[in-house]
Design a protein around this ligand. Structure first.
Ligand code: PEP
Length: 250
C-alpha cells in the first residue's frame, strides 16, 4: 500500500517570521493526522527554523530546489550536501524552474542523481503545457520528461513523482480527476517499463495544480493518485489542514 503524501510548496513566499507563524498555526493539528505523509517545503532561508519547530513531530521537511554540484565556486547556489543536513526531500524540475530558469531535462537528471547520492528524496515534477495538451501531446511530453529525468538512475530510493500540468498550476483550473488519474496511470506504466512492475506499484505519484479544500476529496479518491503537491493553498493553514484531513479520511 502506498501511503499518500500531501506536500506544501510554499514557493517564494514567507519570510522566516511568517514561515514560523504558519508552522505554529498548523503544527499540532497536522501532527495529529495519521495515515498521510505531511510535507512542507518552505524557502531555503526558513529550513533551519522550520526544522526546529517540527522536531519530534510527524511533519516532514523538504526544499524546493538545489544545484547538482556538492560544493565549490557557484555563488548563490545551495548544494545537496547542505540540504541533506536539514531536510529529507527536495522538489526537482518544478515547471517554474524549467520555464523561468531554463532547467532542461539534462539539468533535472543531474539534480536527481546528485540528490540521490546524498540520500535526499527527490520529488520529480513533470507536466505538459497548455499548447501541448491542446495538440494532444500530453503522453509524448510526459513520457519524454520521465525518460530524460530518470536516465542512468538504477534505483529510485524513495523518489516521488508529481504530475503537474503547467496549465493547472496557479490558475485555479485543476485537471479533472479523470484526466489526472489517467496521466498518472500512464506515468506509472512508464516507470514499469523503465524499472519493473513492482517498483511502479511502489512509487508514489502525486497530482499538483490548483488543489484546494474544495476539490481535494474528488482528486485524492482516484486510485492512481497518491497525494498532492499543493502551491497556493498550502500557504493557508486552514486550507492545507483540510486537504490533509480529507486525504486521511479516504
Ligand atoms: C505547485 O506550485 O506545485 C502548484 C501545484 O501550485 P498551485 O497549487 O498553486 O497550483
Amino acid at each position: 500500500m502506498r501511503v499518500p503524501m500531501i506536500a506544501g510548496n510554499w514557493k517564494m513566499n514567507t519570510t522566516v517570521s511568517e514561515a514560523t507563524e504558519l508552522v505554529n498555526e498548523m503544527r499540532q493539528e497536522l501532527d495529529d493526522i495519521d495515515n498521510v505523509d505531511k510535507l512542507i517545503c518552505p524557502p531555503f532561508v526558513s529550513l533551519a527554523a522550520v526544522r526546529e519547530l517540527i522536531k519530534g513531530s510527524s511533519i516532514k521537511l523538504g526544499a524546493q530546489n538545489m544545484y547538482f554540484e556538492e560544493k565549490g565556486a557557484y555563488t548563490g547556489e545551495i548544494s545537496p550536501l547542505m540540504l541533506a543536513e536539514l531536510c529529507e526531500f527536495v522538489i526537482i524540475g518544478h515547471s517554474e524552474r524549467r520555464h523561468y530558469f531554463n532547467e532542461t531535462g539534462q539539468i533535472v537528471n543531474k539534480k536527481i542523481q546528485a540528490a540521490l547520492r546524498v540520500r535526499l528524496k527527490p520529488i520529480l515534477c513533470v507536466g505538459e503545457r497548455l499548447e501541448e495538451k491542446e495538440a494532444g501531446r500530453t503522453e509524448e511530453i510526459v513520457t519524454e520528461q520521465i525518460g530524460s529525468s530518470l536516465a542512468g538512475i538504477d534505483a529510485l530510493n524513495g523518489l516521488i513523482i508529481a504530475y503537474e500540468p503547467v496549465w493547472a498550476i496557479g490558475t485555479g483550473k485543476a485537471a479533472t480527476s479523470e484526466q489526472a488519474n489517467e496521466t498518472i496511470g500512464l506515468i506509472r506504466r512508464n516507470v514499469a517499463k523503465l524499472y519493473s512492475e513492482d517498483i511502479a506499484q511502489e512509487v508514489r505519484i502525486l497530482y499538483g495544480g490548483s488543489v484546494t479544500a474544495a476539490n481535494a476529496t474528488e482528486l485524492m479518491s482516484q486510485p492512481e493518485i497518491d497525494g498532492a503537491l499543493v502551491g497556493g493553498a498550502s500557504l493557508k493553514a486552514s486550507q492545507f489542514l483540510s486537504i490533509v484531513k480529507q486525504t486521511a479520511e479516504i
